[in-house]
Design a protein around this ligand. Structure first.
Ligand code: SAH
Length: 223
């Protein structure tokens, strides 16, 4: 059984951790009331399409020989790098849930008391959770040595990302207006904008050296 191969076991443990993190935040945000909910057929299809490559295909691959026709072998250093990418992805996945707090939702929603989060990982990147899911998709390809199972998340998440992300940004502009527009100028979508990050660091260092009570200086890029 494939599950007994060491790198498959590592990925399986990561998969359990991934769903455990998600489950914890679903429980935490359970009773939240929404002001806006944009869950149309496209959104439902995109979410459902992720379920197959993220969960169903790996389970079939781990516990049955049905997909062995697409097996291949990866060098050891790719497998080890895959572990690093997977662990980083899990860290970022959890970190972005923590930073979004009660504002987080599986689909496109605006809570009754929704606030624009610009701190933590959101200080530099607008979609860190999507960055973590991209990393997860790549780590799956680097760890599961099967063309079909390893790389199936990439097209599914590409569809999700390229259709959903612009809708999400439109919703954020409708809700937060100029605050969100200003925030987009300060941040990158999936990766930090290095020049902006360096400028922010400079500004913080300058204000820290000039203000004695620098601890109370707001850290939001909107200020
Ligand atoms: N795209 C983000 C968040 C994904 S969760 C990321 O990849 O990290 C999706 C929900 O998060 C959306 O319904 C939206 O309401 C909310 N959201 C996205 N960015 C936000 C922000 N900066 N502050 C508060 N809520 C945000």
């Amino acid at each position: 059984m494939n599950i007994l191969q060491p790198f498959n076991t590592v990925f399986f443990v990561g998969l359990v951790v991934y769903f455990w993190i998600r489950h914890g935040f679903m429980e935490q945000t359970k009773g939240q009331k929404n002001k806006v909910r944009r869950v149309d057929t496209v959104e439902k299809v995109l979410l459902a399409a992720m379920f197959l490559p993220v969960l169903v295909l790996p389970l079939i691959y781990f516990f049955t020989p049905l997909l062995s026709f697409a097996d291949y072998h990866l060098p050891w250093f790719v497998l080890c790098s895959g572990v690093v990418v997977m662990v980083t992805s899990l860290w970022l996945f959890r970190r972005s849930h923590v930073d979004l707090g009660l504002n987080w939702s599986v689909s496109l929603e605006i809570r009754e008391n929704h606030t624009l989060i610009c701190h933590g990982v959101y200080r530099l990147v607008r979609h860190p959770m999507y960055t973590s899911i991209w990393m997860w998709a790549i780590s799956q390809g680097m760890l599961l040595q099967n063309w079909f199972v390893g790389w199936a998340v990439v097209p599914a998440f590409a569809a999700m990302y390229f259709i959903r992300m612009p809708r999400e940004e439109r919703l954020m502009v409708e809700t937060f207006g100029d605050d969100y527009r200003r925030y987009t100028r300060q941040t990158g979508r999936l990766f930090p904008r290095l020049r902006k990050a360096a400028e922010q660091l400079d500004e913080r260092e300058t204000s820290a050296s000039s203000a004695p009570d620098s601890d109370s200086t707001p850290r939001s890029p909107l200020t």
